[in-house]
Structures are given as structure tokens and as C-alpha cells.
Design a protein around this ligand. Sequence first.
Ligand code: C5P
Length: 394
Amino acid sequence: MPKRINKVILGVGGGIAAYKSCDLLRRLQERNYEVTVVPTPSALNFVGTATWEALSGKKVTTQVWESVDEVRHVKLAADNDLILISPATADLIARLAMGRADDLLTNVVLASNATKILIPAMHPNMWNNPATVANIALLQERGFQVMRPAIGRLTGIDIGIGRLPETSEILSYLASVISDTQNLLGKRVLVTAGGTREAIDPVRFIGNRSSGKQGYAVAQAALDRGAEVTILSANVSLPDPVGATIVRVESTKDLEIALGTYFHTTDLLVMAAAVADARPSQVGAEKLKKDSYREITLMENPDLVGRISEQKGKQVIVGFAAETSLNIAEANRKLLAKGLDLIYLNDVSTGEIFGSDSTQGVFIKSDGDEIPVTKSNKATLANQLLDLVLDKLN
Ligand code: C5P
């Protein structure tokens, strides 16, 4: 049953992205949430009490030592259905992981049984630091929902993972959490991600441009919904989603073997990987010299999903098709030929899909329903995909 969320605490940590939470607050109010802002004391260095009070229309304090007669932390915890913390800084995450209660926000979090969502934002080195990685894993174990930071330009000259995602992305993440927080609990999800590589010789290979972002986004969304997730990861250089089992594969053959191992115990298979359609018929034992490196004879690879779907029992299978034009008839043909329950046809004609954070295309279900997807980020698409197979999974 979807949980009705009306009253929200917007926790604000002391990072520069705090100013973006003014917009987040407004957008939450537009969606009819009653929002109480609880900044940390250091958040006030970036955005002051007056701003939060004016925007929220409510009194804003950071300490348990103010309005003590109200026992404010316990009251706020009991009165609110959800705690959304944006930005969640490394320090705030560390304090939450330790269960500290040294300001109003951490007191409220400790006293609350509500759904808790963290939107981390920090420098990539801080995000990737083993201390933060461990703190995040611990908080996720305890049921916190953690949105992955965006990759991009940071406050200084650095570029990397750690940007606060756009407000619209935070809202769609929030919607996915709220829609039914843990609707994949007890389900096993197998995701193939990235692109296979076919060896020409020990040095060279034939590969493709798939980054693995879409597959990893599906894996993350499934983890957020409580699924047990295994990723068959083909040559992906993204950080591993915390909590997923990662099996690294290189070639189509490796992927075929791994699929054979994991398919039978899975409930959902999402074939997001770009699998090479062919491989060199002969692989040089040593690096080929210029003279013998003029042509490569190819042989066809098996259609992995087409083959494995012949052994299908309870499994729901989702495929992807990258086409340089939105060819619905071709996607329908693949849906049937490969024994899929759902296919996402993405239009790669603009060259913007591979490696990009956004996607556009159309979902086609085995009953013929078509669901167009206008430009969305890959996390949103991942949640849409999971929503579309939920009925079949249950
Ligand atoms: O035929 P096409 O490559 O467009 O099909 C895409 C879908 O089929 C993807 O889900 C991909 O993972 C899967 N595939 C496969 N084995 C292949 C080629 C593609 O399982 N040899």
C-alpha cells in the first residue's frame, strides 16, 4: 500500500548546496507537503534562519536548547511522516552513522520512525573516502534511503561525483521512495550492465560505447526498493552500487556463463548490457603484427537473452534496444524473438545516450502497450522500468 506522506522535515546540512534546498522547499510546498526546515548550525553559514522562516512560514531552530518546554525534537519526530536531508554533508552523515544527537536535526532523526532520505553532496574525494563509504553503507543497512550524488562540476574547479542532483531529480527520487518504499523486498534482481569486449589479440578488442550507467541505475533503484541485486558488469568504470553483488565479465562468452549461473535463482533479469553481436573467429595468441592485421573475420555471437529466455520459469525479463531511429516494429520483433516481457527502445541517433545521464525512447510491453519516455535521467527511467514490471513480479 502506498504510504500517504503529508508532513516532511527538510533537514539541511552545512554545505554550499544548502542554497539549492530553498528551491527544493518551494517545490515540496507546491506538491502540498507541509514542510518544517531543520538546518544544522553550520548550514546557517550558507543560508540564514530568516530565509528558512520566511520560505517555510514556520519557526526554525537548530538546537534542542531552544523551546525546551515543547521537547521539540520528540514532537517534530512524532509529527512528521518523512525526513529528507539535503544536502547531507560528510560530517552530518558521519554523525548520523554514529547515532549522535548533538543538534536538533540529529536528535529528530534519532527519535523518528519515519522514512529517512539522504541527498549527499560533497567533494568526490570525501564521497569516495572509505569512512564515508562505510557510513553510507551502515545507514543504508539501517533503512536510510540514499540518493547517489550527481557527477559534474563542483564548487571549485574539480569535476566528479558529489554534486547535489537537480531539484527535479531529487523530487523524482523522493516520489519513487514514497510510491512504495520497499516494493522489491525479497526479490532477486539480476542486471547486466556495460558492454562486452571481444578479443582480437591480447592487446586489442572490439567493443562498444555502453558506459553501464543505465544498468547501474536500474541496480541502484532495485537496491533502494529492497531487492537483492546482482550485477553482471561488463567493463564498467563506475563506482559499484553499495549492497549489490558485482560479477565482472569481459566477453560475451563470460557473460553467457555468468547468466547461466545466476538466471535460475533470479526473479527479474534486466539485460541492459550492450552485447557484441559478433566476435573475431580467431584470437591471436600474441599481439598481431601490422602485416597480419589487415582484416578480421567475425563469427556471430549467440543471442544471450534469446537463449536464456527459453529456460524461463517465473522470471520476468526486460531487454534494451539501442536503435539509431525509433523503429517500433523492430523493437516488437526483438521483444517476441527474445522472449521478453518488456523492452526499452532508446533512440541513440543523437549520440547523446551513451555515457550520458539522460535518455529518451519508448517502453513496449509484451501486451503491445507503448509508453513513450521523453528526455529523463537514467535513475527516473530505472524506476519507471521497475514500476512497469511490478505487477508481473508479484
Ligand atoms: O539485438 P539487440 O542487440 O538490439 O538486442 C538488445 C537486447 O538483447 C539487449 O537487452 C541485449 O542485452 C540483448 N542481447 C543479447 N545477446 C546478444 C545481443 C544482444 O542478449 N548477442
